[in-house]
Design a binder for this molecule. Structure first.
Ligand code: 6PG
Length: 455
């Protein structure tokens, strides 16, 4: 049979990716811990799919060099599976990890496997179940020399935008998983911006159907996006004549990538306050005791023109993407990832969860200025900021004054207020540090570092 690729882990994503490959005429072998998932795929009747219930025959069924794609949960399961299959592989074979693995783990696996003569590819995959089946956005990293081998499969199954595959070689080691991690950070932020917008519109007296229509009207031009698209549908969805959203618990969870992005940004000394606010908002939704003790009986009422919320969303979204891409830019230098930000914007234009017309704008910015530190500095976004800043500030202050929690809007306003401020009060911080710790301070009038005897 000699399959082109073998997939281990036929859960939602693994199965969809396998079907995507089969639909593109690749021969695929499949293995899963419980055989029922393999059987499900066999039952679909693909004549180029070969299902196995033992790893040895699964690996044997692959043509050389063998390409094994792991679609198992991140963490321990990846290490365990690598340990199991390693003795069955030969030098030159390739292991790809298509899960949401932490990039440092991928880096470690990449180095360890290279000592065994095995290539390791860290492959970020975004697009959820539907994307995996119909065309995800794919971020592969590893040894560039073998990219043509894996790229042939990955670029074929990736989403296409303007005829271009939403899959590009990202860089060395775990950089593909790094890029996917930050993608998810941006995803958290955009989701939170939309959630807070809905909350504000509810407080302003609009019902689900009306909010759905309003959001549909926002969903055009440069902010047209998949996340707005699905929110329009979510708000309209009914179960037994009632809106389903109103029956969903006001508590959200996470699987780690937003937290990793938040921690990673601290590690790099880069401000991703919107991503962190979105993550913290998920944590706060789980603060059962505090919420039970203090929660109001109903949503406060506010008076606000929905146009202002639309404008605030537009600017908030730009800042969220700006912070995420600033993190990429920093990692590119700090970790020598040498990321091509134009390529990243290009492959995010379709297939992934954060796909949006905004990515095309970003692509154009990075095409002209590949090393721009922050996209907010681009001329292209000057009027985007100026025209919407007052609305963002108004939305934030209306929300605060009426007790509606909008952490991400407040962080967005704060980020721009800090950037636009005449002073941040940091001179006082310098003086305090010098006062108690002789840390010295820098002066306006002369160069150098100075200490003062304050007492
Ligand atoms: C994607 C998604 C996908 C997954 C998230 C959900 O790009 O396809 O990001 O990877 O749905 O990991 O993450 P949370 O469970 O942490 O919200």
């Amino acid at each position: 049979m000699h399959s082109d690729i073998g997939i281990i882990g036929l859960g939602v994503m693994g199965k969809s990716l396998a079907m995507n490959m089969l639909n593109h005429e690749f021969k695929v072998s499949g293995y899963n811990r419980s055989f029922s998932s393999v059987q499900e795929l066999i039952d679909k009747g693909y004549d180029q799919f070969y299902g196995f219930n033992d790893l040895v025959s699964f690996i044997d069924s692959l043509k050389s060099p063998k390409i094994v794609m792991l679609m198992v949960p991140a963490g321990e399961p990846v290490d365990q599976m690598i340990k199991k299959i390693l003795p069955m592989l030969s030098k030159g074979d390739i292991i790809m990890d298509g899960g949401n693995s932490f990039f440092r783990d991928s880096e470690r696996r990449s180095v360890a496997l290279s000592h065994e003569g095995i290539y390791f590819y860290a492959v970020g995959v975004s697009g959820g179940e539907k994307g995996a089946l119909l065309g995800p956005s794919i971020m592969p990293s590893g040894d560039k020399a073998i990219y043509p081998i894996v790229g042939k499969i990955l670029e074929t199954i990736a989403a296409k935008k303007d005829g271009e595959a939403c899959c590009r070689y990202i860089g060395k080691l775990g950089s593909g998983h790094y890029v996917k991690m930050v993608h998810n950070g941006i995803e958290y932020a955009d989701m939170q911006l939309i959630a807070e917008s809905v909350l504000l519109l509810k407080a302003a007296g609009y019902d689900n159907d009306h909010i759905s229509d309003l959001i549909a009207s926002w969903n055009q031009g440069p902010i047209k996006s998949y996340l707005l698209d699905i929110t329009v549908n979510i708000l309209k969805e009914k179960e037994d004549d009632h809106h389903l959203v109103d029956k969903i618990l006001d508590v959200s969870s996470h699987k780690g990538t937003g937290k990793w992005t938040s921690l990673q940004a601290l590690e790099q000394d880069v401000n991703v306050s919107l991503i962190q606010a979105a993550f913290m908002a998920r944590l706060m939704s789980n603060q059962a005791s505090l919420r039970a003790a203090f929660s109001n009986d109903s949503l406060p009422k506010i008076t606000i023109d929905p146009k202002l919320i639309h404008q605030a969303y537009k600017l908030g979204k730009l800042i969220a993407y700006a912070q995420g891409f600033a993190l990429y830019q920093d990692a590119s230098d700090q970790y020598g990832y040498d990321l091509d930000l134009e390529a990243i914007a290009t492959i995010f234009r379709a297939g992934c969860i954060i796909q949006s017309e905004l990515l095309e704008e970003l692509r154009l910015v990075f095409k002209d200025e590949p090393h721009i530190e922050n996209i907010l500095l681009a001329d292209r976004f000057k009027s985007w900021i100026i025209d919407n800043l007052d609305a963002l500030r108004t939305v934030g202050s209306v929300a605060v004054n009426s007790g509606i929690p909008t952490p991400i809007y407040l962080e967005a306003a704060t980020y721009l207020n800090q950037s636009h401020a005449f002073s941040l009060g940091a001179n006082i911080i310098q003086a305090q540090r010098d006062y108690f710790g002789a840390h010295t301070f820098k002066r306006i009038d002369v160069e150098g570092s100075y200490h003062h005897e304050w007492e």
